[in-house]
Write a protein that binds this ligand. Structure first.
Ligand SMILES: *[C@@H]1O[C@H](CO)[C@@H](O)[C@H](O)[C@H]1NC(C)=O
Ligand SMILES: *[C@@H]1O[C@H](CO)[C@@H](O)[C@H](O)[C@H]1NC(C)=O
Ligand SMILES: *[C@@H]1O[C@H](CO)[C@@H](O)[C@H](O)[C@H]1NC(C)=O
Ligand SMILES: *[C@@H]1O[C@H](CO)[C@@H](O)[C@H](O)[C@H]1NC(C)=O
Ligand SMILES: *[C@@H]1O[C@H](CO)[C@@H](O)[C@H](O)[C@H]1NC(C)=O
Ligand SMILES: *[C@@H]1O[C@H](CO)[C@@H](O)[C@H](O)[C@H]1NC(C)=O
Ligand SMILES: *[C@@H]1O[C@H](CO)[C@@H](O)[C@H](O)[C@H]1NC(C)=O
Ligand SMILES: *[C@@H]1O[C@H](CO)[C@@H](O)[C@H](O)[C@H]1NC(C)=O
Ligand SMILES: *[C@@H]1O[C@H](CO)[C@@H](O)[C@H](O)[C@H]1NC(C)=O
Ligand SMILES: *[C@@H]1O[C@H](CO)[C@@H](O)[C@H](O)[C@H]1NC(C)=O
Ligand SMILES: *[C@@H]1O[C@H](CO)[C@@H](O)[C@H](O)[C@H]1NC(C)=O
Ligand SMILES: *[C@@H]1O[C@H](CO)[C@@H](O)[C@H](O)[C@H]1NC(C)=O
Length: 467
């Protein structure tokens, strides 16, 4: 049996030599064994300058076998039996650099070192770890660029390098990683464009590169990533339009592209049955809001704020009855607030401020009993009177922001029933009546009350300042 086992052990090394660029693999072909794993781990430890939680205390202790050192898992069978298969050192505040010797852990399948204080570069020799499936070096202080050599690791399923200080371009070579499911490179300083080769990653489920300095356009080839579920490129400097092909990726759950320089129209996404988050805010999108968005019935968060959208709010958006956040603020939308908005029973935040909406609030709106934030300020032409019993309609309301409109009638006394209210901004309207006595007594959370430029009378005991 010993003979059979060592035979199994040799085969992968031979195939390794045959299929990869040996110039990049100094250790390739040299018969490694558990002693070389042992050396590699001690070398890893030697470059850790501080270990405040004594996570590596067992490492190198002669009375503890290597496979029992904390964070070390060895293979159980086959050629990797007794060899290091996983290093799991998550959130241990290890301070130091990643030793290149990790690349000598020939049978490593999982290198999981997030949440430490690792400095220096991602060692390019990691590209030698041909069995690696999972590489997570996120939440460290790594600098330098992403080594193109990672593209040699054909088994890789997960790469997470997010929350570091990596620079340079995303290597186009990564397009060779056909098994990749997760690519997370967010919160770094990556520049350049998104390589078009990304469209070769047909098994990708999560493409997450927010908060970098990426420029250029979103490659239209993204339309081939049929398994894509999480898609975020938020807070970069991307230009061009949002590829229509995204609308064909029926597994999508998140589309997060806010804070870029995207132009053109919002694609008429209509058959994304799992889409829960659509964030396109803070871009330069123009045109109308497509009524087909009303087909995205799994949506919980819809953020289109700060674009240059025109036209009306489609009645069809009233179909999105799982919506919790609905933000169309800071656009150039016109027309009335549609009556269908009353169907959005789970809504907790409604932001329609800084548009050109007009007319009265639909009575259905006062059915939104989960509302915490109602912000419709600066539309100038919203009008009509506010219902007498408004505070009963919105028992959870915290922010009531309706200033710079043309609301008339008396200020609703029943506001006092909205006991969570923190802010009332109703200045610059045509409101009348007296400030309800209760405001200072019942509304203990109230920190801001602005009613100036109305026709409201102050009462003796309110103590609020009015212009
Ligand atoms: C890693 O392997 C290379 C090549 O076999 C060898 O030169 C080096 O000393 C090894 N490093 C450690 C720390 O084992
Ligand atoms: C090594 O591990 C053994 C068994 O856990 C322990 O008793 C001993 O104190 C350790 N030695 C050192 C030097 O930490
Ligand atoms: C290497 O494997 C041999 C045989 O299984 C074992 O006796 C030895 O303790 C192992 N060495 C290390 C460093 O784990
Ligand atoms: C990839 O990462 C996910 C978590 O993001 C984890 O559940 C999965 O097990 C990882 N895959 C591998 C091969 O380790
Ligand atoms: C990115 O670079 C800028 C300017 O050099 C620096 O201020 C910032 O901290 C860097 N951010 C990250 C995440 O490395
Ligand atoms: C998508 O992101 C969510 C939230 O971060 C996470 O729970 C989920 O596992 C991710 N899905 C994939 C396929 O990565
Ligand atoms: C979406 O898929 C359909 C059917 O496969 C195809 O005809 C259409 O061209 C695709 N649309 C885009 C924008 O890729
Ligand atoms: C993106 O928009 C910001 C703010 O409008 C602007 O400062 C920046 O120059 C734009 N970048 C590109 C690449 O267009
Ligand atoms: C999508 O919405 C449009 C307009 O609201 C509607 O005509 C169409 O039938 C819907 N398509 C699907 C697939 O639900
Ligand atoms: C908004 O639209 C109106 C009417 O089309 C137009 O007059 C106005 O200039 C636009 N405002 C902005 C900020 O684009
Ligand atoms: C309210 O606004 C609508 C639409 O601008 C307008 O037609 C109507 O006359 C206004 N009503 C009042 C009482 O100002
Ligand atoms: C608002 O709620 C009341 C009572 O719950 C119901 O009768 C009415 O139809 C609702 N209106 C709308 C527009 O949803």
């Amino acid at each position: 049996m010993v003979g059979a086992e060592s035979f199994l052990f040799v085969v992968p090394l031979l195939s390794l030599v045959a299929t990869t660029d040996t110039a990049l693999i100094p250790g390739a072909g040299i018969a490694t064994n558990n002693a070389s794993d042992h050396l590699a781990l001690l070398s890893f430890k030697s470059l850790i300058r501080a270990d405040p939680l004594q996570a590596l205390e067992s490492w190198g202790n002669r009375s503890i076998p290597m496979c029992h050192w904390s964070g070390v898992t060895c293979g159980k069978r086959g050629h990797s039996r007794g060899r290091v298969a996983a290093l799991d050192l998550d959130s241990l505040n290890l301070l130091g650099v990643i030793s290149s010797s990790v690349a000598n852990l020939t049978f490593l399948r999982r290198l999981h070192l997030p949440g430490n204080d690792l400095h220096g570069a991602v060692p390019p020799v990691l590209g030698n770890l041909l069995y690696l499936k999972h590489l997570d070096l996120s939440k460290n202080s790594l600098v330098g660029s992403i080594p193109p050599s990672l593209s040699q690791i054909g088994h890789l399923k997960n790469i997470s390098l997010e929350f570091n200080s990596l620079q340079g371009h995303i290597p186009h070579e990564l397009g060779a990683l056909h098994n990749l499911k997760v690519l997370k490179l967010g919160y770094n300083n990556l520049t350049g464009t998104i390589p078009v080769e990304i469209s070769n990653l047909v098994n990708l489920e999560s493409l997450h590169i927010p908060y970098n300095v990426l420029t250029g356009e979103i490659p239209t080839g993204i339309g081939t990533l049929v398994k894509l579920s999480n898609f975020s490129l938020a807070s970069n400097q991307l230009t061009g339009s949002i590829p229509n092909a995204l609308g064909n990726l029926s597994s999508l759950t998140y589309i997060i592209l806010h804070t870029n320089n995207l132009t053109g129209n919002i694609p008429s996404f209509q058959s994304l049955p799992f889409l829960t988050v659509l964030e396109l805010g803070i871009n330069d999108l123009s045109g109308c809001i497509p009524s087909q968005l009303g087909n995205l019935t799994s949506l919980e968060f819809l953020d289109l704020q700060m674009n240059r959208l025109t036209g009306g709010i489609p009645e069809s958006l009233g179909n999105l009855n799982l919506l919790q956040l609905f933000d169309l603020s800071n656009n150039n939308l016109t027309g009335p607030i549609p009556n269908s908005i009353g169907n959005l029973h789970l809504l907790s935040e409604l932001d329609l401020d800084n548009n050109n909406l007009e007319g009265p609030l639909p009575s259905s709106m006062f059915n939104l009993s989960n509302l915490e934030i109602l912000d419709i300020q600066y539309n100038y032409y919203l009008n009509g009177s506010l219902p007498f019993d408004m505070g009963i309609s919105f028992p959870n309301l915290q922010f009531f922001l309706i200033d710079h409109n043309q609301f008339h009638g008396s200020i609703p006394p029943f506001l006092c029933n909205a006991s969570m209210l923190e802010m009332i901004q109703a200045a610059h309207n045509l409101l009348t009546g007296t400030i309800p006595n209760c405001l200072g007594i019942q509304l203990r959370s109230l920190t801001k009350l602005m009613l100036e430029y109305n026709h409201i009378q102050a009462t003796q005991n309110d103590g609020w300042w009015l212009a």
